[in-house]
Design a protein around this ligand. Sequence first.
Ligand code: NAP
Length: 488
Amino acid sequence: MPDEMASPLIRGRGGSRYFEATMSELDAPVIGILGTGDFSRSLARRLVASGYQVMVGSRTPKRSVALFPEEAEVTSQMEAASQADLLFVAVFPEHYSTLVQLKPTLAGKTLVDVSNALQINKDGPSNAQQLADLFPESVVVKGFNTISAWALQMGPRDGSKQVFLCSNSSQAKNAVAQLCQRMGFIPVDMGRLSSSLEIENHPLYLFPSWRIPVLCTLILFTVFYLYNFIHDILQPYIRAGKNNFYKMPIETVNVTLPSVALVMLALVYLPGLLAAFLQMWWGTKYRRFPNWLDRWLTRRKQFGLCSFLCAALHAIYSLSLPMRKSARYKLLNLAFKQVKNMVEDSWVEEEVWRMELYVSVGILALGLLSLLAVTSLPSVSNTVNWREFSFIQSTLGYCALFMATLHTLLFGWDRAFDPAQYHFNLPPTFMLVLILPITVLLGRMVLFAPCMSRRLKQIRRGWEKSRHIRFILPEDNGYSGPEDISNV
Ligand code: NAP
């Protein structure tokens, strides 16, 4: 693989051609590129490999000619502008004004603006709009800015395949879309040139949909970690001078991670429940949810993946527990104490059962969470239909939540009733953690009640309380559709 990545698609001048490249046919359309930088070079290679004739326009053609494949002609900017009907402007937007002498030659031609912004631009105008203002007689198409020079060279084999395109001329946009497809990319029509601002901002966003879920995970982790620290380390130290600080790197983290995982998993299903109850309350599905709920609903996948990460880390930490020196010393001390006290059998049947069930249910919960995580990948979710997807994400998702809750309940067992667990009068963490998932599971059970699920189904099929529409669901008598009873 490294060898393959190192070799160019088409050799430079004087070299033999790479097997993938095809000869530029003489009657192939001529595509112009203004600029001879990194982007221009990769684009020229890909265009030549896709069968186009390429004219590269440079301020100093002689200096740049050696950098391009021999099939591409490197010439002056004016010559390239006059020969090609479609030109890529591979020049930084700061230098667009230096191209104005080409204005008459570029009139009626298509200019593809590939530029990226330096920082997120919310107010506009975009680079493409500025180019369109400079060349009012040309047609500007925005595109290819989200494709790196590297991805251009590799073509369909690697990197992102989607190319977002927008323009005020659908004819020019279609021409660029065809070129895009021939180069092995997938054109995505983003509408008119006003979308160029969004297309230019796109590569600058830093995980916008992950910000809240990641922040939530970090806040929950910090809160639970501090709580566990006070409960399990600080309290024994202050009360009995017991030094438990060695627990901080592994044990405390390992108690914190499942707490975060369970709460985050509950947060995946809570917005769906809130939405359902709101629709029941309003008696319609046509009222908009508050913005915060809307945003929460669209981030459920990210919440789920954060939960999965914490659960997976918890599993790894748990497996590593017996490897620690502290665990070995504890075991030896216990064995020594038993020998000293002449205790023959330390088997506690109840503890054995608790642990067997606890571990088994935990493994099942992690298995289901892994399935949810895998099916949330676009490449996998594209292969299942809507019913299969909702079965996995909703039905199996609730099963995972139930299993994870049961896992925590089994961990707690009867400790909730043991006064020794209430250090500083603080309840053990598992009790706090259980509040949200149990609420979500109970809420789901309420929605399962026939009167509730029937009404929710009606609302989701378009029934509205305020419009006095009697709505009969298809399964009731085969009739599907609303019946106006406003006069009844
Ligand atoms: P670059 O390596 O700096 O090349 C820019 C080219 O612009 C120069 O080689 C120069 O070619 C030409 N140019 C024309 N007039 C100029 C002037 N007045 N001053 C300076 N240069 C002038 O930049 P690049 O990386 O190829 O990027 C070009 C455009 O593609 C940018 O708008 C960038 O945002 C966009 N883009 C780049 C990538 C990438 O991966 N590199 C990815 C997406 C989009 P001559 O000297 O031969 O005229």
